[in-house]
Write a protein that binds this ligand. Structure first.
Ligand code: SF4
Ligand code: SF4
Length: 381
């Protein structure tokens, strides 16, 4: 398993992490078998949006012998009522649900306390000014949660939260279909087939801005809905062609600021399919050709950081240089961390001899020579 830093939290998480939905309704033996495969594969992080007490106890038992090295992300603002999950914002209920969850997990802290499902600006305002943000900060101060996160499907709301300075981790829906759609307070638009009835072009600017802002501010993204609820893996995908789990995961993991994907696996096979990412070849990960063949979606002219343009005769890592260039352009200046990372690249944009070999290979028609010239100007070499 390859491990990545979760933003500036200091937490190191495996690229593949667990969602919890597939564990609901599993027997102890079934869940233990899944956890065994996950731990053997190097998974050290799990998201628990579900307040189901039985599941919390199951997860608590599974992680107890590895607590120090296990990153537990658990959600504030969900409760278990009448045998069902419910999102809620009443501060007293938020407090009692959190206290119960600690008991159920058998731990005295949560690594990432995730403020659950904030998709509207009005709700974010209520979180910020109605006591929930203060409660999360209090928990962080007393050590009951180590880091504060927020889960959202709406890039505009997520951006506000990230820019507030409170949020250290963002759980966000990232996949190549959702990334083309404009911000909306109703997340159902993401999986409504009408949203994909017209041709779509390139990543939606509010989403690109969100990812770049997270990268700049050191907010780590963990990804939900990497397979679009499974839709992207079938021929009925909004993209018009099926992707593999490995391609979906690679797309998410190559977006700026993304540290891991919360794979919502329901079976041993699905878990193994996700873990296969770690041993997949570059060809198996490569999504460029299938993306370029989508009937109604186009990323023409937009760098997907896919690396298809390699090799460069001057040794320039074109995908990385372009990622740094886009971060600097989005910011309007060169962030210090980006400047440092650029400085240690063995070959710089200034080494480009405009041979054009990369442009011939790029499936998305990116003007690499112009990008290298822009990067040389911005970074000075
Ligand atoms: S320039 Fe083209 S081939 Fe190279 S990383 Fe960007 S999209 Fe991929
Ligand atoms: S045009 Fe520049 S970046 Fe592209 S392959 Fe040639 S030298 Fe490398």
């Amino acid at each position: 398993m390859n491990y990545r830093q979760l933003g500036n939290t200091g937490l190191s998480v495996g690229e593949i992490a667990l969602g919890c939905e597939g564990f609901l309704g599993k027997s102890r033996a079934e869940a233990d078998e899944m956890f065994g495969i996950a731990f053997d594969g190097g998974i050290n992080c799990m998201d628990m949006y579900s307040p189901n007490p039985d599941l919390q106890k199951l997860v608590g038992g599974a992680m107890s012998s590895r607590r120090k090295n296990f990153v537990l992300q658990s959600h504030l603002c969900t409760e278990w009522k009448d045998g069902q999950y419910r999102a809620m914002r009443d501060i007293k209920t938020v407090q009692s649900a959190f206290e119960s969850s600690l008991k159920n997990y058998g731990t005295d802290y949560i690594d990432v306390g995730m403020i659950h499902y904030v998709d509207s600006l009005a709700l974010w305002d209520k979180i910020l000014n109605g006591g929930i943000a203060d409660y999360a900060l209090k928990l962080k101060k007393q050590g009951s949660i180590r880091h504060i996160g927020i889960s959202s499907h709406n890039p505009e709301v997520a951006l506000k939260a990230v820019e507030s300075g409170i949020v250290e981790v963002l759980m966000f829906s990232v996949n190549p279909c959702y990334d083309l759609l404009p911000a909306d307070e109703d997340c159902n638009t993401l999986w409504d087939e009408n949203s994909y009835s017209k041709p779509l072009f390139n990543i939606e600017p509010s989403r690109e801005k969100l990812y770049q802002t997270c990268q700049r501010l050191g907010v780590g993204i963990d990804v939900m809905k990497v397979f679009g609820g499974g839709d992207l893996l079938t021929e009925n995908s909004p993209a018009g062609r099926a992707l593999t789990p490995v391609q979906c995961i690679h797309y998410a993991l190559t977006r700026p600021a993304v540290a891991c994907v919360m794979s919502g696996v329901h079976s041993k096979k699905e878990l193994l399919d996700s873990l296969a990412y770690e041993t997949a070849t570059e060809d198996e990960r490569d999504f460029a050709e299938v993306f370029a063949s989508f009937p109604k979606m186009s990323w023409r002219g937009h760098c997907m950081y896919c690396g298809h343009c390699a090799p460069c005769p001057k040794g320039i890592d074109i995908a990385t240089v372009t990622k740094f260039l886009n971060l600097a352009k989005a910011q309007g200046e060169v962030p210090e961390t980006v400047r440092e990372h650029y400085a240690v690249l063995p070959a710089k944009a200034g080494d480009c001899i405009a041979c054009g070999a990369c442009e011939k290979r790029c499936p998305f028609g990116v003007f690499v020579i112009q990008n290298m010239a822009d990067a040389r100007k911005i970074f000075g070499k």
